[in-house]
Ligand binder design. Sequence first.
Ligand SMILES: Cc1cc2nc3c(=O)[nH]c(=O)nc-3n(C[C@H](O)[C@H](O)[C@H](O)COP(=O)(O)OP(=O)(O)OC[C@H]3O[C@@H](n4cnc5c(N)ncnc54)[C@H](O)[C@@H]3O)c2cc1C
Length: 380
Amino acid sequence: MQFELSKEQEAWRRLSQEFAVKYIAPTVQERDEAEEFSRSLYDELGLLGLTGICFPEKYGGRGGDCLSYILAAEELAKVDDSLAVSLSASVMLCQWPLYQYGTEDQKERYLKPLVEGRRLGAFALTEPQAGTDAAGQQTTATRQGDGYRLRGNKIFITNGGEAETYVVFAMTDKSKGIKGISAFILEKGMPGFIFGKTERKLGIRSSVTRELIFQDVYVPGENLLGAEGQGFKIAMTTLDGGRISVAAQALGIAQAALDYALAYAKQREQFGKPVVANQGISFLLADMATRVEAARLLTYQAAAARDLGKSCAKEAAMAKLFASDIAMAVATDAVQIFGGYGYRREFPVERLLRDAKITQIFEGTNQVQRMVIAGALLKD
Ligand SMILES: Cc1cc2nc3c(=O)[nH]c(=O)nc-3n(C[C@H](O)[C@H](O)[C@H](O)COP(=O)(O)OP(=O)(O)OC[C@H]3O[C@@H](n4cnc5c(N)ncnc54)[C@H](O)[C@@H]3O)c2cc1C
């Protein structure tokens, strides 16, 4: 196993870090307060190439690997997890299935503008009655002529309303269960495709989460992604990659919380000495740092497994489960080290704690990750 980053991976990491610190950090607190998504910052990520790191040059990408993208996501999440979430939804949940399952025509039409950062993407699986039980899709796609009519709604969709391109799952044949689910490419502006409630959230407040409503939306047959009935497989393999990206977000949040807590503990004095001089605090920091490093290894290992083209469902689930749990724990400990100041909105650890929670919930709750890991153990 190689523990050194390649020159290319290190370059993506540094580029993302420098951009995040210089251009994203100055407005992060303000956008969180205003609950405002910044499309112009997203566009900048596209210009830098971050939306295309792990896609071939043929489709407008940079021909890099998944680990390079994960390093970029971690650096963005250190500064602004909301923006890292928007990027992840577009890159890992929309672009990836288009690349993996799309026809050449679909790649040219839909994938390329996303990879180049000229469009934003979204992934729509969750419904009011189909959350953890994603197989229980109620949205239907009924054949009509050469295409389909979509009816139903999706909730909690990251980038909803802001995105131009959507990978949407719907039931084409209820009698076939999960084999009756298909995936479709929808575009903002299709007649009958409208946007509902925007969620007001605990954290990642400057990432948009919105309801999608399909009122007899006509979707041409050429917008079927993969084969009819392949939708559930497309959703699950897409989420494997998405979970590594969530692990990277959690890792970034945890690293940032640790960095802030360490700096604060060195400068805050009580009883005539810095609070870090107390073992109660320095041992806490030692545990936080150890957890962060362990999460980093699991996350990079999952990305490396994906780069080898191996099935990485178990590795992705382990990375997401562990990194998100430690992000919550480390952010909580960071607030504790800040004392009362950590509870105030002016200090970033308050936001990090709120942002950390979602990493335990989306792209399959951590209960689901345990199901995936246990399933793999029982199969081995
Ligand atoms: C901010 C945000 C962004 C999101 N972005 C997207 C997106 O872009 N696209 C998308 O499709 N979805 C998205 N989601 C949806 C997210 O993936 C779901 O919320 C998540 O999968 C859980 O579904 P649920 O909320 O319906 O919870 P439920 O399924 O109702 O679960 C409730 C609780 O029961 C537990 N539970 C359920 N079944 C079991 C079981 N069999 N065994 C043990 N425990 C169980 C769950 O773990 C959870 O703790 C987003 C959600 C949020 C909050």
